[in-house]
Design a protein around this ligand. Structure first.
Ligand code: SF4
Ligand code: SF4
Ligand code: SF4
Length: 144
């Protein structure tokens, strides 16, 4: 089953932010490039170089045991990655341990207004909006 997001062809990225905007629109119901699970950043300031920052969908995610609030974040049952329970997750009651534990800076972040962790839920919506095919959904084959 193809159910984990991968940034497969980064060299194709043109920095259009369509992935980020689609993720925010569908998953957060906002027009934003901040309240989104996938971030596009420029590297070094020269044209044509971008990085796409998103959860790698760990099969054994270190962000889960790091969280001090039971039930706030859990591993997905199929495929890699995690799901946040926004009714339980509350960054005013923790030290954002999930963010600290994640090996990918920026893959999970805490929204300052929602006080919730925002992280990819592996829905695949963004793959449909990227005009150059940077993103794919795949079957997890390894722990990373
Ligand atoms: S912000 Fe992170 S560490 Fe804090 S409750 Fe939410 S998932 Fe847990
Ligand atoms: S947020 Fe980080 S640690 Fe958690 S599953 Fe994603 S990449 Fe792994
Ligand atoms: S797979 Fe879904 S949740 Fe993850 S970055 Fe893409 S649109 Fe957002």
């Amino acid at each position: 089953m193809s159910n984990r997001l991968r940034v497969a062809y980064l060299e194709r990225c043109i920095g259009c932010y369509q992935c980020a905007l689609a993720c925010a629109r569908v998953n957060e119901k906002v027009l934003s490039v901040d309240r989104t699970s996938i971030k596009v950043r420029t590297v070094g300031g020269y044209e044509g170089a971008f990085v796409v920052v998103v959860c790698r969908g760990c099969l054994d995610p270190p962000c889960v045991p790091a969280c001090p609030i039971e039930g706030a974040i859990r591993s997905r049952t199929k495929g890699g990655g995690v799901l946040v329970n926004r009714k339980i997750c509350d960054s005013s009651k923790c030290n954002q341990e999930c963010v600290e534990a994640c090996p990918i800076p920026g893959a999970i972040h805490v929204d300052p207004d929602l006080h919730n962790a925002i992280v990819c839920r592996q829905c695949g919506i963004c793959t449909k909006f990227c005009p150059t095919g940077v993103l794919i959904m795949e079957e997890p084959k390894s722990g990373f």
